[in-house]
Ligand binder design. Sequence first.
Ligand SMILES: [Zn+2]
Length: 303
Amino acid sequence: MGFLTQSRLMKAAFVAVLLAGVCGTAVAQNNPPAPKTTDLGSGIFVIFGAGGNIGVSTGPDGAFVIDDQYPNSAAANLAKIQELAGGAPRYLVNTHWHGDHAGGNEAFAKAGAMIFAHENVRKRLSGETKSIGFDGKQAAAAPEPAWPVITFTEGVDFHLNDENIRVFKVRASHTDGDSMIYFAEPDILHMGDVFFNGLFPVIDPGSGGSVEGYLAAMKDTLATVTDKTRIIPGHGDMATKADLQKQIAMLEGAIKAVQARIKAGDTLQQAIARKPLKPWASFGWSFISEDIFTTTLYNGLKK
Ligand SMILES: [Zn+2]
């Protein structure tokens, strides 16, 4: 994550762009970083790059891909997938609708990918369900070629590349359309944005997400993974069950700290000024600072 070391000015520009991306509009980054891959074995790779982490299964049945980052990172990612899989993506699953995960949909569809997602992802990409960005404005719909063509309500299983791949919807948490993808035999789980490894998460109430749902979805997942499970988070480095436990501990502590400020009668500005998330300062990053995450929790917890 080279952007963490960039100047404050660069940071501000990056945040503005990323905010737009996370809010779902098809705003592209100016200079997306070149994709880097990690080989997980069994023909499965992770591509770390401009936005959310991309999962790729390769093999005789063609490339099965999880998420596709931004519109202007699509060409580099398609080239990388070609290199890894020897072909264009055949199947594409969106973990959710945000522009840093589904922003490449149009380019991937034009390259031949069949797009699968939970029905709420299609509803939000098509504008059938309105999404409100962090700027309070309604997000624009994506162009029609970017919409998933096959939708599900609970989940869907893929049997290809000698793998059993389970795609399943989780409770409303980051948004109301979050899915995770589990490769059964190699025991690899892509958690989408229900896990920002070592980073304060984005929780998006304007897309049906909630603080309580987010914590509950993480705990649901913790109950299903083992010490051997390798976890691909939506953002951040590859993770283990122990990393997930650390993230849950941070979120529980942060919720308590902000709840205490609400109970004490603080306004949002007063709560921010008291820096309640200081013990978890290391989770701050260019997009979600301590102050921004305090705001997320305060607004989400104040009834
Ligand atoms: Zn997201």
